[in-house]
Design a protein around this ligand. Structure first.
Ligand code: NDP
Length: 484
């Protein structure tokens, strides 16, 4: 199987190749075999991408929001029509099971295009009455050229969560996918042009961190939106700050999931499974520190293990599979390293803990119990299928422990006591919270983190403020006065 994209980059409305760049092999994580090759962007490719985006953005910003929105909504329709093929491609890119990609990747990309396409025509300023008949108004204007840099876990979703609001507001975007998953963003660019997007407004360039860094430091770039790890976020934020650029940072997490003893056992087991094993645990907002009130700990672990036995691990392209491989060999090694540390530091391995033999980068769904707050597996982001179960006794204690982390992306609570649910959520230092649920991410709701987990919000009306700026215009209706 070889799935070669037409070319490595998509610039100014067309596929572009430049094989002077460093080759990047595309590896199918389920087999470890090479299924494609792209080339990292050379300085000449970056120049073409920036120059065409700058040129195209001027005319795009002059269209009405309704006209811009129409293009995005058409693209959403095309994505939905091709959901099956796009999902198969996403599964080759990431290794995530087709049973997931069919309902969570291209569809979520389409949701973003549809939502921001609908919002585009509603972007207006304000009329501000002032003394003596004077007045002012505000205009909501595009920022200009935005750069989007993606992680490898949700390539198509990330390409659209950044691209859709950027385009809706009248910006151009250059998107750099993760080098691990280079294929899906090219399809997004192709479909946008098919839907009527003028050339140059959504360019895709391939490459590793050096290509991302070159884009971030380019003085012609006005905004950077990164989805990635905290260490990369620090570098990108610092580089953007040197040019006083706008930023959105969607970074890592080590989120708490708190289960009180009055919660419905099966619901909270379902929540914990979704919060740790969906996408083989490769989700930034995962609730990987599962605090279980001591009275139900044994029942919780027993039910959890029974349910984990039902995981269907195998060929991700088979729709019956619901647990796939890690996205790369590097990620596999990182996660195995964390499992080893968990064992060494005295956590009790309840289930899993091993690489699955055979081809591909598979790890068993893994659960540690009796985890304490200072263990490495309870402090550091693992980004794999490893759940840490921590015991707690009461509400006040668990709030302090849940907040004792540098991260603040998400948090969840399961309880039958709705007053307690809101009381605890009020105290949690997290940007995105769930009550009796976990990891829902509808486009209507703001998504993002606090503390080291990020800056700004994606999705919802809130994203508009991160892809546009206000111009204030004062209008005098009578004569000017001056001191001399
Ligand atoms: P990385 O931080 O390694 O990379 C993210 C992106 O940044 C990649 O495209 C990478 O390129 C690029 N990059 C690396 N260095 C630089 C640099 N100096 N300047 C500009 N760009 C650079 O993250 P991963 O791809 O490994 O993704 C996993 C991380 O992403 C986890 O921490 C996870 O929590 C986080 N994440 C956050 C989400 C959120 O919404 N909060 C959602 C999904 C993931 P390349 O890798 O190609 O070298």
């Amino acid at each position: 199987m070889f799935i070669q994209p037409i070319a490595s980059h998509f610039i100014d409305g067309a596929y572009v190749e430049d094989d002077n760049g460093t080759p990047i092999e595309v590896i199918y994580p389920a087999t470890g075999t090479i299924i494609g090759r792209v080339y990292s962007a050379t300085p000449a490719i970056i120049e073409r991408a920036v120059e065409s985006a700058k040129r195209a953005q001027i005319g795009w910003a002059k269209l009405s929001g309704t006209e811009r929105g129409r293009v995005l909504r058409r693209a959403a329709d095309i994505i939905r029509e091709r959901n099956y093929d796009l999902s198969v491609l996403e599964t080759y890119d990431t290794g995530k099971p087709l049973s997931e990609t069919l309902c969570a990747d291209a569809t979520s990309a389409a949701d973003a295009l549809e939502y921001f396409g609908g919002l585009a025509g509603s972007l207006t300023g304000e009329y501000i009455p002032l003394a003596d008949g004077n007045w002012a108004y505000t205009r909501r204007e595009a920022l200009g050229l935005c750069v989007g840099i993606g992680a490898w876990n949700y390539p198509m979703q990330i390409a659209c969560w950044k691209g859709a609001p950027a385009l809706a507001c009248g910006n151009a975007m250059i998107f750099k996918p993760s080098e691990t998953t280079p294929m899906c963003a090219l399809k997004v660019a192709e479909i946008l042009v098919e839907a009527g997007l003028p050339p140059g407004l959504y360019n895709v360039v391939q490459g590793a961190g050096d290509v991302g860094a070159a884009l971030v430091s380019d003085p012609r770039v006005d905004k950077v939106s990164l989805t990635g790890s905290v260490p990369t976020g620090r570098k990108v934020y610092a580089s953007a700050a040197a040019g006083m650029k706008h930023v959105t940072m969607e970074l890592g997490g080590k989120s708490p999931l708190i289960i009180f003893d009055d919660a419905d056992l099966d619901n909270c087991v379902s929540g914990a499974i979704l919060a740790n094993f969906y996408s083989t645990g490769q989700i930034c907002s995962n609730g990987t520190r599962v605090f279980v009130q001591s009275g139900i700990k044994d029942a919780f672990l027993k039910r959890l293990c029974e349910r984990l036995d039902l995981a269907v691990i195998g060929d991700p392209q088979d729709e019956a599979t619901n647990f796939g491989p890690m996205a790369s060999e590097r990620q596999l090694e990182l996660v195995l390293g964390f499992i080893k540390k968990g064992k060494e530091e005295g956590a009790r391995l309840v289930t899993g803990g091993n690489r699955i033999s055979g081809e591909g980068y598979y790890i068993q769904p893994t659960v540690f119990a009796d985890v304490s707050d200072n263990m490495t597996i309870a402090r550091e982001e693992i980004f794999g299928p490893v759940m840490s179960v921590l015991d707690f006794e009461d509400e006040a204690e668990v709030i302090i422990r849940a907040n004792a982390t540098e991260f603040g992306l998400a948090a969840g609570i399961f309880t039958a006591d709705i007053s307690r649910a809101h009381r605890v959520i009020d105290e949690l230092q997290s940007g995105t919270c769930f009550i009796n649920s976990y990891n829902d991410a509808p486009v209507e709701v703001p998504f993002g983190g606090v503390k080291m987990s990020g800056v700004g919000r994606e999705n919802s009306k809130e994203a508009i403020s991160h892809y546009s700026q206000l111009k204030s215009v004062f209008v005098r209706m009578n004569d000017m006065e001056s001191p001399f």
